[in-house]
Design a protein around this ligand. Structure first.
Ligand SMILES: *Cc1c(COP(=O)(O)O)cnc(C)c1O
Length: 353
């Protein structure tokens, strides 16, 4: 496939690195590619960033047939730009596609096209440590048709957004709320896909959590409402005694790339790490006996997010001393050092542009 490039006539003004928020601002160009049954994926092109004109009957608007990804481009101290495990994002995106009947795309081509887009948008990758250029590849169903079936046509696009830290508080412990009344996903559903339905399903409980002063919801499993699953946009880890525990992937949890990186680093450091079921009762009793040392979330947006407090029903658990724990700190430093090229890359995770 031949990639075409149409450059924007005027370029936007770029904010200072210190003023960056999250997801509010987009760069000058975007990548687009279309699918139809005759041509497959075709017409890959970089174009000026622009609104999309859509028929009001467009399938994605009614039935949510779509998938997306989230990764970042980082600038190193020497000015180079690099990605973190991007091949894993594209292979997960194709797995998400399969779960919602979207035709798969060529992962190697998608990575090449992303690199071309990043070369053109190079000036938008901020330099300050902890800032980055967030990358959002997305596929949407585009048939103008009302009726529940998979679409015949699709649009793949990539937009870029320069970002600062995800939580306004920065690298500080957050408070999370374990909801008993709502569930996000069940095994056999689409919880393991990065598809909009999961996020629509999470909004009501999320807004209740915000009203109560909690940053995010920690979901319990959809069947027994007993086992801890994940947070809205992060996977979750618990440190009980000397064991680091993360819930096992069983179809309802998003298989995070940061989660996998934490597992691999912990094993590399010879720490005891288990992927297993962990119930809210186990967590409460570990807290009661003083064995609950740390809780942290993992995800591309916030990297490692320490949790200082958990609320479940009437109970409120302070984790450790409510501050950032040593394992959270060590993982955050190790991951960001690799991402920003401050240390060696022993796992071969970095992909230069
Ligand atoms: C994206 C996401 C994660 C984190 O995945 P990473 O690959 O680590 O960014 C975790 N949970 C949900 C629900 C997500 O959407």
């Amino acid at each position: 496939m031949q990639l075409t490039i149409e450059k924007a006539e005027t370029l936007k003004e770029k904010p200072e690195d210190t003023k960056l928020g999250f997801g509010t601002l987009f760069t000058d160009h975007m990548f687009n590619m279309d699918y139809n049954p005759d041509q497959g994926w075709h017409n890959p092109r970089i174009e000026p960033y622009q609104p999309m004109l859509m028929d009001p009957a467009t399938a994605v608007l009614h039935y949510g047939q779509a998938v997306f990804e989230g990764l970042k481009a980082y600038r190193t101290d020497s000015g180079k730009i690099q990605l973190f495990r991007p091949k894993d994002n594209f292979s997960r995106m194709n797995r998400s596609c399969r779960l919602v009947c979207i035709p798969e795309f060529d992962e190697a081509f998608a990575l090449e096209a992303l690199k071309e887009l990043l070369k053109l948008e190079e000036r938008w990758v901020p330099s300050l440590f902890e800032t980055s250029l967030y990358i959002r590849p997305t596929v949407i169903a585009t048939d103008p048709f009302l009726g529940v079936r998979e679409s015949f046509t699709y649009r793949y696009f990539v937009i870029l957004s320069p970002v600062g830290v995800y939580y306004p508080g920065g690298f500080n412990p957050i408070k999370i709320w374990v909801t008993q009344n709502h569930v996000r996903a069940v095994s056999g559903g689409v919880g393991e896909a990065k598809t909009p339905a999961n996020y629509a399903a999470s909004l009501y409980a999320g807004s209740q959590a915000h009203k109560k002063g909690y940053t995010q919801v920690l979901w319990l499993d959809g069947i027994e409402r007993k086992y801890l699953e994940e947070v809205g946009s992060m996977n979750i880890f618990f440190v009980i005694d000397d064991e680091i525990i993360t819930p096992k992937l069983q179809g309802s949890i998003l298989p995070g790339i940061t989660r996998d990186s934490v597992i691999k680093l912990a094993k590399h450091w010879n720490l005891k790490l288990s992927e297993r079921k962990i119930s809210i009762d186990e967590l409460i009793s570990a807290h009661g006996s003083g064995k609950l040392k740390e809780i942290f979330g993992s995800g591309t947006a916030a990297v490692i997010s320490p949790v200082g407090e958990i609320k479940y029903g009437e109970q409120s658990l302070t984790v450790g001393d409510g501050k950032v724990g040593p394992i959270s700190m060590r993982l955050y430093t190790a991951l960001t050092d690799i991402q920003y090229g401050k240390s060696e890359d022993p796992m071969g995770w970095v992909e230069p542009i």
